[in-house]
Design a protein around this ligand. Structure first.
Ligand code: SF4
Length: 61
């Protein structure tokens, strides 16, 4: 399960560029998970996005 903490997200867009299948920026410019299953299918990239997030807003469990 992948989650984004919206309170932490600063909308840098990194996660969206790494795995656009999983994340997208909403109308407020914050990241949302659009397809959690796609994270399972792209686990390596999804972890890369979580590790690369500058504010550690992405958690994978
Ligand atoms: Fe938000 Fe982190 Fe994604 Fe940047 S990488 S848009 S801060 S969740």
């Amino acid at each position: 399960m992948v989650k984004v903490d919206r309170k932490k997200c600063i909308g840098c867009g990194l996660c969206v560029s790494v795995v656009p299948e999983v994340f997208e920026l909403d109308s407020e410019g914050k990241s949302i998970v659009k397809d959690a299953k796609a994270c399972k299918d792209n686990m390596k990239k999804c972890k890369e996005a979580a590790e690369g997030c500058p504010v550690n807003a992405i958690s994978i469990s």
